[in-house]
Design a protein around this ligand. Sequence first.
Ligand code: FAD
Ligand code: MG
Length: 341
Amino acid sequence: MKRFALLFLILAVFAGCGGKSASNAESDNLYKETQELMGTFATITAVADKAELPAAQAAVNKAFARLRQIEDLMSFHREDTEVALVNREAFDHPVAVSAETFEVIKAAVQFARDTDGAFDITVGPLVRLWAEAGEAGKLPSQEQIADALTKVGAATKIKLDEEKKTVRFTVKGMSIDLGGIAKGYAVDKAIEVLRAEGVNNAIVEAGGNMTVIGKNAEGKKWIIGVKNFFRKSGHVEQIEVENMAVSTSGDYERFVVIDGHRYSHIIDPRTGMPVEGAASVTVIARDGMTADAWSTAASVLGSTRALEMLRKDPKYGDCQMLFAACTQGFRDYLAPGEEDK
Ligand code: FAD
Ligand code: MG
């Protein structure tokens, strides 16, 4: 039975071959580059022999272009994207989007169902409300929260037309926020580009979402470091991964402070309140969207309930999803389907 150490993350890669942590680095058998996008940093690491490094660099550049293409479609921080258009007009009429944006929204609606509404991309009005509250230093009123909640409910309030690839909102003022899923999608797509360019050993990471293919430069499994932010010792757990996606959610980086209390950027769509107590959750899954969405959902659901739900659903059982959450001290969990020790 395989057990994995509990993870408090930020994800770090032990490339095992002297890759530098500069924004653009190469060693004898590794090319690594970091760029700023999607409000965070993305790093692509590709294994390549010295003679192949220029080709690896070209592949990495194409993969970054792919990440930017997805940001251009799905950012909700800009006015010129498809998601912004949906948020402006989808109540007035069905809005046609690209197959990619449709795929992510459709998957998100399914995750809302699978997580009993804990993962919900229609949290947009609540996310805005709490962001504004943070700026003003004043808690939102019960009325404001109740009003925002009337606009939340991806499973029932978003209407999708598969044929026409349109999105429609059924309640005025709804808006979608893909912050909990689009990075997971994007890292997988960047990996697809790398593979198409002949790079089969690589890692793409964007703001806590990582997809790993093949082996490291030493021909061994990639080792992912998971850092416990809340321990002064800077303790790092290490896990080995191969052809998997790893995602971490938590409030260690993104939060607001009101009256001295820290409020997470992850909102419980059922209550309208920021989640409490889920300092960090890491999920390992077969694909980036699943890892990303479930790490956010598990922050809302809490460790016990999230694990119960994962184990119940065969769809997740065979994708070796691992889950780790911690509020006080470390706890370990197994893949769904296995028994706790
Ligand atoms: P995750 O747990 O993966 O996601 C949490 C985020 O999902 C929250 O920040 C919120 O956006 C949303 N959310 C909250 N609660 C829920 C819930 N219950 N269910 C579903 N979703 C929820 N940030 C910037 O500052 N500037 C930018 O220009 C910018 N552009 C972006 C463009 C894209 C395409 C994407 C995907 C993200 C962008 N971001 C940007 C970052 C974004 O705003 C979030 O802060 C970030 O995605 C949080 O990711 P996470 O992995 O830390 O947390
Ligand atoms: Mg997420």
